[in-house]
Design a binder for this molecule. Structure first.
Ligand SMILES: [Zn+2]
Ligand SMILES: [Zn+2]
Length: 282
């Protein structure tokens, strides 16, 4: 039976565990996965890092360094070979969409094209009212510091997030269609929903989500069915939430389970939750 974890990290993320990639892969094999995509955070553009406007800890701890790229690729190649008869390991990146750096991101991906099997395209950084670009998933304090509206006008922050995802889709549509592109955790803006007691998306934001799904469908992108939120104390849901998964299913969008594991024990977690939900929808 085909069983895939399409969103996983390694020690190169600098915000997860230091375990060997072998430990992640062996966990996947033990759980019966047949396909595994290593999607470490691709290096952030050098100019973005040089002019970083978010918190200092997020600057060095959000992605692999460009100097680690070669080691990362060697590491993926090594496990591909080592476990070739047990599991199909694909090479990938989780790529940050940053509106101001589209040409740099495109150039990076084109340079990696021969090596790269799959991309998870994600929005973790948003511009705020002062044109500072800051992470939305670092911690609740950072979110509130850069996006104070999250407390009194959360729909405006949701709108900012969903509009940025829309831009990421427009960008992805300009990439050559040799790339397999999966849109990452499209409701990540809700990560701290219990902390801030966030309301559901209002009607306008629901419409934005409907439009995103249509665009994902029409451009043949995939949707990351990400269970990391289930493990987060302030979230407790999948990304996206089940109502959106249902809509995506109705549109026949290809959805790929992703544990978003930052430690070996998280590989494959809650696979059964999304699997049984999807089976119920049939
Ligand atoms: Zn992510
Ligand atoms: Zn991730």
């Amino acid at each position: 039976m085909f069983k895939k974890d399409g969103h996983t990290h390694t020690r190169f993320s600098h915000h997860g565990s230091n375990e060997r990639l072998d430990d992640y892969i062996e966990q996947a094999i033990a759980l019966g996965f047949t396909e595994y995509v290593v999607t470490e955070h691709a290096p952030l553009p050098a100019d973005f890092l040089a002019n970083f406007t978010g918190p200092a800890a997020a600057q060095s701890g959000s992605a692999m360094l460009s100097t680690e790229l070669v080691d990362y690729q060697k590491e993926v190649a090594r496990v591909q070979k080592k476990y070739a008869d047990q599991i199909h390991i694909k090479s990938g990146f989780e790529v940050d969409y940053l509106q101001a750096y589209e040409p740099v991101i495109r150039q990076f991906l084109m340079a990696q094209a021969d090596w790269l099997d799959e991309i998870v395209l994600s929005v973790h950084f948003l511009p705020n009212h002062d044109h500072l670009v800051a992470p939305i998933d670092f911690d609740p304090e950072t979110l509130a510091a850069y996006f104070p509206e999250i407390k009194h006008a959360p729909q405006a922050v949701f709108e900012n997030y969903l509009t940025t995802i829309k831009k990421s889709l427009d960008f992805a549509a300009t990439l050559p269609n040799q790339f397999v592109i999966r849109i990452g955790h499209v409701t990540l803006i809700r990560k701290y929903q219990k902390y801030f007691d966030l309301p559901p998306f209002d009607a306008s934001n629901q419409v934005r989500i409907d439009h995103l799904l249509l665009q994902i469908k029409n451009d043949h992108f995939q949707l990351d069915l990400n269970t990391a939120g289930l493990r987060k104390p302030y979230n407790g849901e999948t990304y996206p939430t089940t109502d959106i998964i249902k809509k995506a299913r109705d549109l026949e969008i290809e959805m790929v389970y992703g544990s978003d594991a930052h430690e070996a024990s998280a590989v494959g977690q809650d696979y059964h939750v999304v699997d049984s939900f999807l089976k119920k929808l049939k």
